[in-house]
Design a protein around this ligand. Sequence first.
Ligand SMILES: Nc1ncnc2c1ncn2[C@@H]1O[C@H](COP(=O)(O)OP(=O)(O)OP(=O)(O)O)[C@@H](O)[C@H]1O
Ligand SMILES: [Mg+2]
Length: 458
Amino acid sequence: MSPAKILLVDDDEGLRKVIEFNLEQEGYEVVTASNGKDALKLYAEHSPDLVITDIKMPDMDGIELLGEIRRRDIEKLVVVVTAFGAVETAIEAMKLGAYDYITKPFNRDELKLVVRKALEVQKLRSRTRMLEAELIDRFSFESIIGGSARMAEVFELVRRIAPSQATVLIKGESGTGKELIARAIHYNSPRSKGDYVAVNCSAIPESLLESELFGHKRGAFTGAIADKVGKFELASGGTIFLDEVADLRFDLQAKLLRVLQEKEIERVGDPRPIKVDIRVIAATNKDLEAMLAEGTFREDLYHRINVVPIMLPPLRARTDDVPLLAHHFKSKFGEADCRIEPDALAALNEYPWPGNVRELENVIERSLLLRKTPERLTADDLPDHVRGHRALQPDSLFHIPEEGIKLEEVEKQFLLYSLQKHGWNQTRAAKFLGITRQALIYRMDKYGLKDEKGDAGK
Ligand SMILES: Nc1ncnc2c1ncn2[C@@H]1O[C@H](COP(=O)(O)OP(=O)(O)OP(=O)(O)O)[C@@H](O)[C@H]1O
Ligand SMILES: [Mg+2]
C-alpha cells in the first residue's frame, strides 16, 4: 500500500521543516507549501489524503484555505494548527468543517496521534462508501435495487422470462417500480433493438385512446386531418407497455384481445388489417380479480395478459430494501459522500411508505437538499411525517425525555399521530381527539401540519 499523503501548509519555515521531518519519520509522504495559494495548486496536483494548515498566514489564512478545500471536496479532512491561547480561532475552524486542531507548541506524540486518527477516519469513510457501492451493485438488476428475498425472486423471474415472447402482467401498488421492471424485460429480450413504447391507458382521454393505440385513417373522424400511426404499429419489432391497463375502456379491451390473438390491428376508419409483431407487457395497481367479479374487466382478456404475472411487493413488505434504496438515491442525487446516520435509517425503516419507492426517492431528495450539516443526514433532516411516525409509535408517545418536553410539541405530535392514524381524514381525526373539525384545522394551520401526499383537508 502506498503511504498516506499529507499536504502541510505553514508560513513559518522552521516549524514546517520540523513537522515535515516528524511526519516523514512516521512513513508519510509530505508535500509542503508556505502559503494558501501554493497550497491549492499542490492540492490539485497531489490530491492528498489529509491537509494540515497553520491558521495565521499572510494573504490567504488557514480558515480561508479550509473553505477553499472544502469547496473542492467536502469530505477532505483538514487539521488546523493554532497558536496557544487562540482557542476561538480553532473553534471557528471546527465550525467551518475542520476535522481537528493542534495547539502550538505541540510535541511529536500529539502530532502523531492527531494525524493517525484523522487518516483512520478518512480510510473508514472511503471504505464505507466502497461497501455501499458494492452492496448496491450486488443487489441490483439493471438499475433496479433490491436485496430482499422477495425482490431477488422478482429479478430471477425477470431474467427467466425476459428472453421469451410471453405476455407479462406486472402488478403492484403505485411507486413499486412496475415501469422499471417493464423496461428491464424489454432491454433483456431479443427485442431490445426494437422500440419500447409505453402507453398510459389512464392518462390519455378516452376519446383519443383508440386512435393513439391503433392509429387512424385521414378523415376517420372530425379532426383526423392526416393518417396516424398508432402505438401498436410503432412498437412493432419491439415491446409495447400498457400501463394502467385496468383503465382501458370495455370496448377497447375487446380490441386489445384481438391484437393479442391475431397479432394484427386495424386503424380507426380503415378496415384493412395490419400485421404487427409485438410483445405486450401490461401493468396495473388495481385489483383485476375484483374487477372480473364486478364485470368491469374482461375475463378472456385477463387470461390472455396474465400469462406471466409479476407481483411487486409494497416497500413496507421488504424493509431490507429501504437502506439500500436510500443509499442508492443518495448517490443518484450526487451526495455519495453524505453519511446517512443510524437514527435516520431507523426512521426510514419504520415508516410505512404508502407511496412506496417513489415516495422514498422524493423524501431522500428533499431531505438532502434541506439537511443541516453537509456531511450527514440525520433523523432531524427527514420530513415531519416520516420522523414523526417513529416518535409516534403509540407507546413511545408516552416516553417523556429526561430533559423534558415542550407542551406544544406534545400537542403537535398527538395531532400528527391522529391525522396519520386516520389517513388524514379530518372529521375522523377530530372525533378521535374529541375536538371539532374547525378546532383541528386551526391547530393544523398553527403547526403547519399537512398531508405530504397533498390531499390535506379532505
Ligand atoms: N427497486 C427500485 N430501485 C431503484 N429505483 C426504483 C425502484 N423501484 C422504483 N424505483 C424508482 O421509483 C420511481 C417509481 O417507479 P415506477 O415509475 O417504476 O413505479 P410504478 O410502479 O410504475 O408506479 P405507478 O403505479 O405510480 O406508475 C421511479 O423513479 C423509479 O426509478
Ligand atoms: Mg408506472
